[in-house]
Design a protein around this ligand. Sequence first.
Ligand code: HEM
Length: 530
Amino acid sequence: MLESKISIAVLLSASILLLIKNTSKTKNDDIEKEDSKLLLNTFKIFLGFVILYLIYITVKIYFLRRKYRHIPGPKTKGIIGFYLGNIPELKSLISHKMAPDIFVEWTKEYGPCFKYQIFDKVSVFTISSEAVKEMYIEKNFPKHPDIYSVLGFPYGSRYMGTSLVSSLDNIAHKKRRTILNPAFSRQALNGFMDVFNVKSDSLMNKLRSLAAGKKVFKILDELNNLTLDVIAAACFGMENDSISKENDLKKLVFESLRGLTRLLINPTIKYNPFEWGNIKKYKQILGDLRTLGKTQIKKRIENMQDGSYVVDDLITLMVKNTKNNEIDIEDLIDDFLTFFVAGQETTSNMLAFAILELGQNPDALEKLRNEIDSVIGSKQEITSDDLTKMKYLSCVLKETLRKWALTPLTNRQSTIPFKIYDYDIPLGSEVQVSSYVSGRQEEFFPNSDKFEPERFSDENKINTYTYFPFSLGPRNCIGQNFSLIEGKICLAKIVQNFDIKLDPKQNFGGVQHATISPADGCRVTLEIRR
Ligand code: HEM
């Protein structure tokens, strides 16, 4: 649709140019006549285009709205609403809320399955646990391009390409996933314990120096450095030290995420001429990031070919298992970047939200501190056995992800007709679900606005289809255990070493970036406990 708008704009500009040209007094009469004829014809073509486009879009939207009229949803207002859909409502709400918060309200107003319209697109949203099970497990519907093509090729440049997260082809995805699964096996995760401990210890040293300054700081920034270094070391054998200094990887990963976020939140910016300078810079960042990935992968290929010792990490697995060693380096770079995007900001946001919640819930914090003191006391290295014993720690992270599921929403495309409740879902529909929205439903989680880690204790059964922060089925998060182990080790060390005080002046809510983050980055002061 926007492409058509651009064509209209081009034709309009041509007409204006001709108009200007036409007003020149130096032209003789013949030329003037020719020009006005040309102008008239151009204008007629332009008008024709506009009329044809209006007819096309009106008919398209009319039939689209008819197709979905049996499903409830927010009303659109008047003729503008017919074309724009629910953009006005979403826009006014988004200025002070995140989209998933709006969807929580819409589930109250329109029920557990509703539709909404944006221009010439209608999406269905549901919290139905049966539908989640059907779409994600039983029918394994493919992802819908609406979110995932942006992750693959934002602004038309290759970022995550056709990687594990962004692939729309379930068969190609399965092959890739089978290759990479062993990198996240129980055995592989045990092998990462050292990295998790060592990198968390570096963070503790940094936090000690920040505690000494007695100043308020955003702990999310520090956690972002930790999770970046952990991915770099555990998955790709890269010794990166973002915790204590700036470096290229940190700059490129963080800036590439920032540009992606802007596009996800406002898809129209790529058509805004005032943004073209920024977009050019952004494309350069993506290019530099891919070059960095390429250098890393090539180095590993060379080491493997000349028989040097290589660690059996993710990058080695990626290279080893690529078909007949006919390596498509661009595919490998897709996955290389994907792990930085999918595994870095998610884990740091989970930790920052956990700290934000513990700071506001002193009983939960005390219970957690007692558990940590009794299981690890003052020892530095945390083992897998220690983690197994710290059950409340596990409940704290699970409850954090219930209240603050980090992925705003995921989608699937219906490839066969099916029903949600009594509503027939048209073939090819985009159906969205969100663990954030399901996690805030009173019928699934009573007192859902309260932070109660006990919900996740062994005696309480949680319905998997109402709580799915790592998604479900064959496209679930490959790194979920990786992030939970990393998160537990880091949070245990923070609580072991520091008293946390939250800055009372901060915004305690969330903000929607590529993932959901604490709005003010979780502002704290720390006091050293031991
Ligand atoms: C708290 C931390 C994390 C959360 C909440 C989380 C959440 C998710 C979710 C919801 C998905 C499905 C996305 C979709 O369908 O659009 C996903 C996929 C994925 N995640 Fe995570 N993730 C986390 C940490 C990690 C980590 C640490 C890694 C890597 C080390 C990782 C790597 C991936 C990958 C590669 C996929 C795509 C899997 C596939 O389609 O086969 N994630 N994650």
